[in-house]
Each structure stands twice: as structure tokens, then as C-alpha cells.
Design a protein around this ligand. Structure first.
Ligand SMILES: Cc1cc2nc3c(=O)[nH]c(=O)nc-3n(C[C@H](O)[C@H](O)[C@H](O)COP(=O)(O)OP(=O)(O)OC[C@H]3O[C@@H](n4cnc5c(N)ncnc54)[C@H](O)[C@@H]3O)c2cc1C
Length: 398
């Protein structure tokens, strides 16, 4: 069987869906087809994240993340409000454990100011009013525009409200490129232009187009534990992160339905969809990723050794909970429930420099655009990021 489309998008996560949304606005007479290997949208990172709409103060001015987070937060908020999708405008505080973290607080404030983010530098008394259970050393940050959504509901709403020129084909695996066709597990698809938004497999899809050969994906698993008392906190409480890593550290999230959870971790995964100890196991991937991690461990690139040890320790429930307890005045460490469903970050590694790539990467190939490294906060940034991707690729259309 074969199909014909104008625009073919690989992946029905938030990025693929947002690209389809943008294309359908711009090219209302073109046929847009999304292929998704799972039976529903947002099956991976887009449906398994913390659901936080970030404000935009973590990122270096000039980065794509900095460019799109403030606008993305606003655009996603407007989309939710306009469509009756629940949003919790709870805000967040970032706290310092001790004196050594104060520089991190000031650096985040500087970055926030450069990126045009509303962000207040507060003292302990102000923190006490804003989030009475959070504790800090002298200074903290308050971000009133950080909020929460249910990411799966947002994606479902987008997927169910496309105009008639957009089709989503589920259970369709991109297998390879063959001349002018994409071969899936069910058919061949002839396309004019392709967008690769395949998340954990974006590097593999890109490499079929001879794009991104210097990159590979390293999966990092984020696990969560729910707290049983919703009154523990009113807002998100985050630590000062290690700004050399793309992860934000174990924090408390206030979910859209007022629950409280801790996580996510950034534990190195052993295969891409390594959600638990056996499902979706792929021997070839396992061997490739283990070999890559062994090399990073041996040469200790970007301090991988201590990152791996520190993160693997968080599989120990008690250790994980005790880490989070450092952010609060009161926490009943026995009051956590069972593990929630984990998420896996599709973190890009540059094989030439052995460094984790910090910013989003968008690259072009023949008749195609590839979104590599759509890590956090790509959920928050999805709408303006998709607009940028489509605009950037227009010069590449024949
Ligand atoms: C634990 C965790 C917490 C996070 N927290 C936040 C947060 O609070 N706020 C925020 O803004 N961001 C957060 N993020 C980041 C955010 O979730 C991602 O940046 C975003 O979801 C990426 O979207 P995506 O569409 O690129 O990828 P995905 O959602 O992974 O979508 C890719 C899709 O491509 C499909 N696919 C892959 N290969 C193929 C193939 N060969 N053929 C067909 N289909 C294929 C997959 O099945 C998948 O559905 C978090 C991420 C994680 C993992």
C-alpha cells in the first residue's frame, strides 16, 4: 500500500503536534500527515513529564531555550485558558541549601532579567509568606509565572482538534527512507517535505537523511514519588541546580490537580525506552548505550562518573526522599505513595566532543528538518518553537 502527502511529520509528541498545528495554519490547502509508532499521542516524554510551564530563567541569553520559554509559557497558558484546559497558576520558589548555593540564586536572577522573566529575589521572611514550608539560606527566588498543566490532556486536545487537512496515523513506525518514500511498518509514504520530531529516536531518523551524524541519544530516566498530603505545599519548590548539567535537580511539583510529587531524577537509562527493568528492551540499543556510558565513565566527561553515582543512588527510596527533605521545614518521610510512571529524557550527546548538548538543535537535510535534543523545557516552548522550526525550514522547501 502507498500514500501521498505534502508534509510528513514523524512523532505525535508535543513538538510534532505543534509543528502540524503551525503548518495547518500556514498551508490550509496542503495535506499534513503525522506518523506515530504508538497507539496514541504523547505516549513518551510529552505525556510523562512534570507538567510544569517554565518561566525561562535557567537558560543563557541567546539560547533557543531562552528565546522561546517566556513566549511559550504565555502561548500555552493562553491555549489552555481559551480551550477550557485546566491550569494551576501556582508559581514556584527556588531555594538555597546553604551559603555555597547563593551564587546560583544570583546567577538565575541575572539570567531571568536578561531573558525578560518576571522573577523576584526574596529573603527568608518573604519566602515564609509565599511558601511557608520551604526553607532557604538567606535568599530565594519567587517565579509567579511558573504553572502546571496536565501535559497529556493538552496533547490530546491538540490532536483531537486539527482541521481536516491533518491526519494522524497511529501504530506507524518510521523504518527507513527509500528513494522518495518513507517506509513504515504498514505502507510506503510519498512526501514533499518531512519534519522529524521523533524524540528519543530523532537521531536515528535524522541519520537516515545523513543528518546529525555527530550525535547520539543518551536516555536519562526521571522517576517520581507522590506525597500523600496535598496541603504540604502551595507551590513548586526547586533547589538551585548544577548549571553545568541540563537537569534541574529533585524538586517538589504541585500538579494541576493540587497533588504534590517529588522528582524527576536523571538516572542514566540502559536503553531508550527503559521505563522499567524489562519492557521495550532492545539488545542492540543496550550494547550501544552501555558502551557509550562506559566510555563517558572512564574518561569522566562532564563529570559523568559523579552524576551517574549520584543519580543511581536515587533508586534508593530513602535517599531520594531525604534529598527532597532538604528543601522543606517539615516533611513526613513515611507519607509517600508508590512510584508514579517515569519519563525518559531524550538527551543528545555530541560524540565528537563527548559533551551533553544543552540547547535545542534543529538541522536540515534533503527535503527535511530534524528536531534533535527537544529536552526540557520543550513542552513549555512548543508553540513558538514550532513556529521557528517551520519558518526556518521554508527556505529549504524546493
Ligand atoms: C521526566 C521528564 C520531565 C520533564 N518535565 C518537563 C516540564 O515540567 N516542563 C517542560 O516544559 N518540559 C519537561 N520535560 C521535557 C518535555 O517533556 C519534552 O521536551 C517534550 O515532551 C519533547 O517532546 P517531543 O515531541 O520532542 O518528544 P516525545 O514526546 O518523546 O515525542 C516523540 C514521539 O515520536 C514517536 N516516535 C519515535 N520514533 C518513531 C518512529 N521511528 N516512528 C514513528 N514515531 C516515532 C514517539 O513514539 C513519540 O510519541 C520533561 C521531560 C521528562 C522526560
Amino acid at each position: 500500500m502507498s500514500l501521498k502527502t505534502d508534509f510528513l511529520i514523524v512523532g505525535a509528541g508535543i513538538v510534532g503536534l505543534s509543528i502540524a498545528r503551525k503548518l495547518s495554519e500556514k498551508f490550509c490547502d496542503s495535506k499534513i500527515t503525522i506518523i506515530e509508532k504508538e497507539p496514541e499521542a504523547a505516549f513518551h516524554a510529552s505525556g510523562r513529564n512534570s507538567g510544569v510551564l517554565h518561566a525561562g530563567f535557567y537558560y543563557h541569553a541567546g539560547s533557543l531555550k531562552a528565546k522561546f520559554t517566556v513566549r511559550g509559557n504565555r502561548a500555552m497558558t493562553d491555549y489552555c485558558l481559551a480551550n477550557g484546559i485546566e491550569l494551576n497558576p501556582c508559581g514556584k520558589v527556588v531555594v538555597a541549601k546553604d551559603e555555597t548555593e547563593l551564587d546560583g540564586i544570583y546567577e538565575l536572577k541575572r539570567r531571568g532579567d536578561q531573558n525578560g522573566v518576571t522573577l523576584d529575589l526574596i529573603d527568608e521572611n518573604e519566602l515564609n509568606t509565599i511558601e511557608p514550608n520551604a526553607k532557604t539560606f538567606q535568599k530565594a527566588l519567587f517565579s509567579p509565572t511558573t504553572s502546571s498543566v496536565n501535559p497529556r490532556l493538552v496533547c490530546r486536545h491538540i490532536a483531537e482538534n486539527f482541521p481536516r487537512n491533518v491526519d494522524i496515523l497511529f501504530d506507524r513506525l518510521f523504518k527507513k527512507l527509500e528513494n522518495d518514500f518513507v517506509v513504515t511498518n504498514k505502507e510506503k509514504i510519498e512526501f514533499k517535505y518531512l519534519y522529524n520530531a521523533a524524540g528519543l529516536y530523532a537521531d536515528k531518523v535524522a541519520q537516515s537523511f545523513d543528518v546529525g551524524k555527530q550525535y547520539t541519544m543518551i536516555p536519562f530516566k526521571g522517576i517520581y514519588l507522590p506525597y500523600k498530603d496535598n496541603n504540604l505545599l502551595k507551590r513548586h519548590v526547586y533547589p538551585v541546580p548544577n548549571l553545568k548539567n541540563p537537569f534541574l535537580g529533585v524538586h517538589f511539583t504541585k500538579t494541576v490537580d493540587q497533588h504534590v510529587k517529588i522528582g524527576p531524577t536523571a538516572i542514566p537509562g540502559f536503553w531508550r525506552e527503559n521505563y522499567d527493568f524489562k519492557s521495550r528492551f532492545d539488545a542492540a540499543e543496550f550494547l550501544e548505550i552501555i558502551a557509550r556510558q562506559a566510555k563517558l565513565f572512564l574518561f569522566n566527561n562532564f563529570n559523568f562518573r559523579s552524576l551517574a553515582f549520584e543519580e543511581l543512588r536515587k533508586y534508593n527510596r530513602k535517599y531520594f526522599i531525604n534529598e527532597s527533605a532538604k528543601l522543606l521545614k517539615h516533611l513526613d518521610t513515611d507519607n509517600f505513595g508508590n512510584y508514579l510512571s517515569p519519563g525518559i529524557r531524550a538527551q543528545l550527546l555530541n560524540k565528537r566532543t563527548s559533551e551533553l548538548v544543552m540547547d535545542f538543535v534543529v538541522d536540515h537535510g534533503p527535503r527535511s528538518t530534524h528536531v534533535l535534543n527537544s529536552v526540557s523545557p520543550a513542552f513549555t516552548t512548543a508553540f513558538p518553537f514550532a513556529e521557528f522550526i517551520v519558518k526556518k525550514s521554508e527556505g529549504n522547501y524546493d
